[in-house]
Design a protein around this ligand. Structure first.
Ligand SMILES: NC(=O)c1ccc[n+]([C@@H]2O[C@H](COP(=O)([O-])OP(=O)(O)OC[C@H]3O[C@@H](n4cnc5c(N)ncnc54)[C@H](OP(=O)(O)O)[C@@H]3O)[C@@H](O)[C@H]2O)c1
Length: 296
């Protein structure tokens, strides 16, 4: 299969690249696949003409994995049009192109499509109600994708993604924890962290799965994160404990740490569906964190 991966410089894109190119343990049977990784230099999702141009000159893809997104949650409150173009309109265009090329489309979405007010984990069919611009644009992307591709696409909602790459909570905590004696971290937002390498492995696993290759599969939404639930504050403590960083973590409330974009309070996602259909094992978040910090 010819597999196009967008967002090659992002956390997920780089994690997929690393597995495909180096990790022979996870990467069994991927060698029969040809992966093409593109960044915004080749395929700029903020430009309709760039997208058309790229696919006019490059076609014959069997699978498109869309890892690219406008992910700056706070900045999105100001850059509404740009966030909407990348997270919604570009997805619409990608879906039309995938449909025309008869390619399968794997699109990544977010727990931020929910408002975080539920007291139990969200299932894939639970009502969405994003409370910030980023979440709204990602939800619009999901909806347009489902409309244009009622079959042959897949949306994977994930949460709290971190990795060795780019900017993320784990890397920020490691840096600040080494610089300071104490830190204030929000303790009333609960979620499940996701090590990008684990999500990348899941996507590659799905591509190998017969279910995925079957003709005319109805487009589905799946939830995936690591197993377990934690607050940002306790996650920071875990990072410091595992890394043996001596930094005190003080719990604070969301009200004490106001950000331009509102954050959902309690977004836990049920992951039974992806586990049942694709036989995916969700790794415990502590184990995943140790793997990322290379302390397993
Ligand atoms: N990070 C999280 O905590 C989180 C949580 C839930 C869901 N997600 C979703 O998971 C997916 C992967 O996220 P991630 O953490 O890997 O994000 P990331 O590290 O921010 O990577 C996003 C990638 O998108 C690319 N991109 C941005 N604007 C673009 C444009 N105009 N044209 C082409 N590419 C563009 C960026 O390119 P540059 O490198 O050139 O800027 C970057 O490589 C996204 O769909 C995201 O919405 C992420």
């Amino acid at each position: 299969m010819r597999i196009l991966v967008t967002g090659k410089n992002g956390q997920l894109g780089r994690s997929i690249y690393k597995i495909v190119n180096t990790d022979t343990k996870i990467d069994n049977n991927q060698s029969s696949n040809e992966f093409i990784f593109v960044g915004r230099e080749e395929l700029d999702l903020s430009s309709e003409s760039s997208i058309s141009h790229y696919f006019d000159s490059n076609d014959g893809f069997d699978v498109i994995i869309n890892c690219a997104a406008y992910t700056q949650v706070d900045k999105a409150e100001q850059e509404v049009e740009l966030a909407s173009q990348i997270n919604h309109l570009a997805v619409k265009q990608l879906a039309s192109i995938a449909s025309k090329q008869q390619a399968r489309l794997i699109h990544i979405s977010t727990d931020y499509v929910f408002d975080g007010e539920s007291d139990k984990p969200y299932t894939e069919t639970d009502e969405t109600n994003p409370i910030n611009v980023y979440g709204k644009t990602k939800l619009a992307g999901e909806k347009t994708l489902q409309e244009i591709m009622p079959t042959n696409a897949m949306i994977i909602r994930t949460s709290w993604v971190y990795s060795e790459y780019g900017n993320n909570f784990v890397k920020t905590m490691l840096r600040l924890g080494r610089e300071r004696d104490e830190l204030n971290v929000v303790s009333d937002q609960i979620g499940s962290p996701t090590y990008a390498t684990d999500l990348a492995g899941v996507i590659l696993e799905i591509i190998k799965n017969k279910e995925f290759r079957e003709e005319e599969q109805a487009t589905q939404i799946y939830h995936y994160s690591n197993k377990g639930e934690i607050s940002w504050c306790d996650f920071a403590k875990e990072i410091f404990t595992i890394s043996k960083i001596d930094c005190k973590v003080n719990p604070i409330t969301t009200q004490q740490y106001l950000t331009p974009a509102k954050r959902p309070k309690n977004v836990l996602m049920e992951k039974y569906k992806i586990s049942n259909i694709f036989g995916i094992n969700t790794e415990d978040y502590r184990k995943a964190l140790k793997n990322c910090l290379k302390l397993n």
